[in-house]
Every structure is written in structure tokens, then in C-alpha cells.
Design a protein around this ligand. Structure first.
Ligand code: PAF
Length: 297
């Protein structure tokens, strides 16, 4: 089956209504579900793992590629964000996606567009929230628009963007999208660095330095497994380890509850250690989950 390339919302609607995956009588098999993989393109192994997971769960898979202007702050990398559309289309084809939707900014936000989803502060008071004002409103708005355009049964996101996944999960519940959400594990380079389209900005020396991020997270996870429960102490030492690796600006290193994302001075139950660090002009994020339930104190 050829990859269907969709660039406008009306093309997407016509394609969906034509049910190209239906059997010869035009009847959808009862288990037909559409899986949506929203991305900003510059596809790497992390994105490909989302597409593969979608293919495993859903007979119809749509990948969206859209660098969403309203989730970038005024001093962020909207303009320089990589847009290798030909390579991305090839990757979608290779992975067996049924369709790819890659609209222009004008298509998604007409002149008159002014309605936004506002994410309340309970999930944005920690982690990236204070450092990227308005970012999650932009994410929630574009994801809701994509959900409305494609009405998928399932949508696939990466755990690397932990806070984003938590916010989308809450929105899915609060706005009654009733979608199956699949949060897929972070895919890493051999040395542990979490895959990200932004890794391409790193110089060779910065790329080496960037190992300190995942290394500090894995260290903290090992400490928790060995019985350490003082999250504040772990966070202090993680910061030292990251700073020792080279010049950087730490936006945050935090331990938060895995559901409510509120700060946890001590590791209790399931928690997430998460960080955002700027190396040169590149801002990188990463996280690991830890589970102190039933393990030794
Ligand atoms: O995670 C991303 O790539 C983006 O934030 C998303 C979910 C595609 C919304 O623009």
C-alpha cells in the first residue's frame, strides 16, 4: 500500500471518508482502529519506535509532521528546528504508515484562529512548565486539533516528554476524547543519550558532554534501587555530576510524583527524576522512572 500524503485538512477528511483500507465491499473490519503518531518531524529511532508500536496495535496508522509555532517561545528554536521533509516521508513509507499529514502553519492556524486550550497550573508548576510559559497550552491545542481531524482510536507519544504525556493524558480525560494513549519508552543512543531531533545541534564536544545527563539519571535510579530515599540529596549530586562534565545551564533537575508531577523531597512510591539542561545553545530533556514500592528502604 502506498503512503498517502496529506497536506490539507480537507484532503485528510476526504481520505478518511473514502476508507481506503476497507475491504472490497467497503466494509471496515470490526477491529479497524486508526492509530495517530503526532510528531514535529526530523524523525529518528524514537519516532520510528512509535510508528512500529502503532502498527502493532492499529491496522491504520497516520503520522503527522508539523512544527507547531504556538508551542515555541519567542527566543526558542522555531525557525532553526530541522525540517527534512523528504527523508521523513521516506521513513514513514519504509515503516509502513498508511498516511502522513504535513500541513503548513497557515493551514493549521488561519489568521482568525484564536481559541486555545489552557493547561491549568497543577501539571505545569514543575519541570518544563515554569521555563517554557505557554508551551503546554500550544502542545495541548495542536494535539486536540489533530485528535479532532483524525478521531483516532489510539495515539502514541514518547516517555521522553514525560510532562507532555501527563498533560495529554489529563486532557484526554478532561475533554472526553476517550482515546487509547500509548506512552512508549525512551529510545537511547548506545551511550545513553535520549534520542531527540535537537541532538543534531550538538557539536562533537557537546555531544560527549551530553552523556552526563542520562548518566546522572541512571546513577540516581541505581541509588534508589540500593535503598536511597533522600531525593533532594540525589538531585544535588546529580547537578554536581552534570556541572562537572562541562559548561552548561541547568534549567532544572527534579524528583516529582509520576502522576501529579508535584515535587517529592523523598522517593516514595513511583517517582520520576527529570531534567532539562542547556549545553551551548541546545536545550535537552530526559527522565527516568523509579519505583520505591516494596523495595528496600
Ligand atoms: O512531542 C512532539 O513532537 C510535539 O510536542 C507534538 C506532540 C507533536 C505536538 O506538537
Amino acid at each position: 500500500l502506498d503512503l498517502k500524503k496529506l497536506q490539507t485538512i480537507s484532503e485528510a477528511r476526504v481520505w478518511l471518508q473514502s476508507c481506503p483500507w476497507a475491504d472490497r465491499e467497503g466494509v471496515l473490519p470490526p477491529d479497524t482502529v486508526l492509530g495517530l503518531v503526532p510528531t514535529m518531524g526530523a524523525l529518528h529511532e524514537g519516532h520510528l519506535s512509535l510508528i512500529r508500536s502503532a502498527r502493532k496495535h492499529c491496522p491504520v496508522v497516520v503520522v503527522t509532521i508539523f512544527v507547531n509555532p504556538i508551542q515555541f517561545g519567542p527566543n526558542e528554536d522555531y525557525r532553526k528546528y530541522p525540517r527534512p521533509i523528504e527523508a521523513d516521508l521516506e521513513a514513514c513509507e519504509r515503516e509502513g504508515a498508511n498516511a502522513v499529514f504535513y500541513p503548513t502553519a497557515e493551514e493549521m492556524y488561519s489568521q482568525a484562529s484564536s481559541t486555545r486550550i489552557i493547561v491549568p497550573p497543577d501539571l505545569t508548576a514543575t519541570l518544563c512548565g515554569p521555563h517554557r510559559p505557554g508551551h503546554f497550552d500550544g502542545v495541548a491545542t495542536i494535539v486536540a486539533k489533530l485528535f479532532h481531524i483524525f478521531t483516532p482510536a489510539m495515539a502514541f507519544f514518547g516517555q521522553k516528554d514525560y510532562q507532555q504525556a501527563a498533560i495529554i493524558r489529563r486532557m484526554n480525560h478532561d475533554l472526553n476524547f476517550c482515546m487509547g494513549l500509548c506512552i512508549c519508552p525512551t529510545v537511547r543512543e548506545q551511550d545513553g543519550l535520549a534520542m531527540s531531533s535537537r541532538n543534531a545541534y550538538l557539536s562533537p564536544a557537546e555531544r560527549v558532554q551530553a552523556r552526563s545527563l542520562s548518566a546522572s539519571l541512571f546513577w540516581a535510579r541505581d541509588q534508589v534501587a540500593a535503598g536511597q530515599r533522600d531525593a533532594d540529596k540525589l538531585v544535588r549530586e546529580m547537578r554536581e555530576r552534570i556541572e562537572a562534565a562541562g559548561p552548561c545551564r541547568i534549567d532544572y533537575v527534579e524528583c516529582v510524583g509520576d502522576q501529579d508531577l508535584s515535587p517529592r523531597p523523598r522517593v516514595e512510591g513511583r517517582c520520576v527524576f527529570a531534567l532539562a539542561v542547556r549545553i551551548g545553545s541546545t536545550r535537552l530533556i530526559d527522565n527516568v522512572m523509579v519505583d520505591a514500592t516494596g523495595t528496600k528502604q
